[in-house]
Design a protein around this ligand. Structure first.
Ligand code: GLU
Length: 290
């Protein structure tokens, strides 16, 4: 029997709320029940939005909740070289291409496509990449890449052809109750961005590399990331990385049935603590009380 390794992986771009508390406590409970280990990972690749004071607040809030994690904590911003290595591997297999359109140009292209019938959206509701950069002649590509900002995209068709049929084992449930062996459909995301000129990774790539490097066996996270798992399975397969089991949990919703946001003060753990709530109260509020 191997040791299970779980992780809680917040982004320090705001204060933790009840939804994070649920995810962190569930990870901690599952690690304890399975005699496993719990890691904490700080997902701070977005250097514009992530701040050290939010990171410090994460440690404080988690400690207050009674959660213990192993040191050292892995911070993604310290590991750009690992992500760049993976990008180089995918490029060597001709699975990436640079695109050069600005946000505005992409929006205009989508509007044009929408006029001919609704252009497809990804599971998060974002239009798939509508451009033609993949067909750009090699010389033009090389010249523009040397000077202009660019996004490195996964050539989804080629990637799928190399990876074949993809599945994952779901021990929680998807938004429509999916569980057990789930068939992954990464094509729903189109040619996803895996890196940019100034940043050698994206959320999808960093999470997959880190889960592998940290030996994570069980990914326990919110249902909002259920569909993203398809992209993660594709990248794991292309990069020869092990496949963890996935457990997507329900989201804690506000009184109006909406997903909690870091912008809403009312459910932030610090506000609740300041208002006199105890860690046991938080457990009860997220349905993990005993
Ligand atoms: N960093 C992500 C978030 O805060 C979670 C990533 C994951 O668990 O895979 O939503």
């Amino acid at each position: 029997m191997y040791t299970r390794i779980l992780r809680f992986a917040p982004s320090p771009n705001g204060h933790l709320h009840l939804g994070h508390a649920y995810s962190a406590l569930l990870n901690a409970d599952m690690a304890r029940e399975r005699g496993g280990r719990l890691l904490l990972r700080i997902e701070d690749i977005d250097t514009q939005r992530c701040r050290p004071e939010y990171e410090a607040a994460i440690y404080q809030d988690l400690r207050w909740l009674g959660i213990a994690w192993e040191e050292p904590v892995r911070r993604q911003s310290g590991h750009f070289a690992d992500y760049a290595d993976a990008i180089a591997k995918l490029e060597a297999r001709d699975l990436l291409y640079p695109s050069f359109e600005s946000r505005g140009e992409i929006a205009a292209l989508v509007a044009e496509r929408d006029r001919q019938g609704r252009w497809p959206r990804d599971p998060d509701g974002v239009p798939l990449y509508p451009g033609r950069a993949r067909k750009m002649p090699a010389a033009e590509r090389a010249r523009r890449r040397a000077g202009e900002p660019f996004a490195l995209r996964l050539a989804m068709d080629a990637a799928l052809a190399q990876a074949g049929v993809l599945t994952w084992r779901e021990t929680g449930s998807g938004p429509q109750g999916q569980s057990g062996l789930v068939t992954a459909t990464p094509q729903r995301w189109g040619d996803v961005v895996l890196a940019r000129k100034e940043l050698p990774t994206s959320y999808h790539l960093a999470v997959v590399i880190d889960d592998a490097l940290q030996g994570v066996t069980d990914v326990v996270r919110g249902q909002d990331l259920f569909w993203a798992t398809a992209v993660h399975r594709l990248l794991q397969t292309l990069l020869g990385l092990p496949e963890p089991a996935y457990h997507h949990h329900h989201l804690i919703l506000d009184a109006d049935g909406r997903k909690l946001s870091k912008a809403t003060q009312a459910t932030s753990l610090r506000e609740l603590r300041a208002a006199g709530a105890s860690a046991a109260d938080i457990r009860r509020m997220v349905g993990l009380g005993r």
